[in-house]
Design a protein around this ligand. Structure first.
Ligand SMILES: Cc1cc2nc3c(=O)[nH]c(=O)nc-3n(C[C@H](O)[C@H](O)[C@H](O)COP(=O)(O)O)c2cc1C
Length: 182
């Protein structure tokens, strides 16, 4: 089973990105094991905190390092990606020489109620993930426009066309991990 560390860029409990990630998790069941990183207790990046390392930082770095790949599901905030993800990226790169991201296969997606999905957020995030040395899947891209009617009572994605598209995308991610993972 491929182990996927999942980072969600929204902290709110009714997040559509959390719901979307849960729908992807159900579609990937049996092939991918999703392990959710806790970003809610992550402090802003501050070099001084290495003197007394917050548990949330140690746990995040361990989760990235233990995973075969990382899936980031992000909302778009002010035409970019949320600050909590930026902190997660920055903590992952440090301390110097101990970059948890190096060489890790990564896929990026996101959900928005808006028509252009999360395209600009994902574009910014892709640039950052390349800069920290991950192997980011460039294509196929996945900009999901959230529709409540796509989901069933248990959070599974019931809309047939959406399921087909997402299954193909997950298949591409699995292929990407096979090509670029260790
Ligand atoms: C601070 C803030 C900025 C936002 N900026 C954008 C934006 O630039 N583009 C967009 O499509 N939606 C934007 N939205 C709307 C979000 O797409 C919407 O709130 C979405 O539900 C957030 O994701 P979540 O449900 O996973 O928390 C913004 C929302 C917030 C709270």
């Amino acid at each position: 089973m491929t182990k996927i560390a999942v980072l969600i860029g929204s902290l709110r409990k009714d997040s559509i990105n959390r719901k979307f990630a849960a729908g992807l998790e159900k579609l990937a069941a049996g092939r991918m094991d999703f392990v959710h990183a806790d970003l809610a207790s992550l402090p802003h990046y501050n070099d001084d905190l290495w003197e007394n390392i917050p548990a949330s930082v140690t746990e995040l770095k361990a989760a990235i390092e233990a995973a075969d790949a990382v899936l980031i599901v992000t909302p778009e905030y002010s035409r970019s990606y949320p600050g909590v993800l930026k902190d997660a990226i920055d903590w992952g790169t440090r301390p110097w020489g101990k970059n948890s991201w190096g060489g890790k296969p990564v896929a990026i997606t996101g959900a928005s109620p808006g028509a252009i999905g999360t395209a600009i957020a994902q574009h910014h995030l892709r640039t950052s993930m390349v800069a920290v040395g991950t192997a980011v899947m460039g294509a196929p891209e996945l900009y999901y426009t959230y529709k409540p009617e796509h989901f069933g009572a248990d959070g599974e994605i019931t809309d047939e066309a959406t399921r087909t598209f997402l299954e193909a995308w997950l298949g591409s991610f699995a292929d990407w991990i096979g090509k670029t993972g260790k």
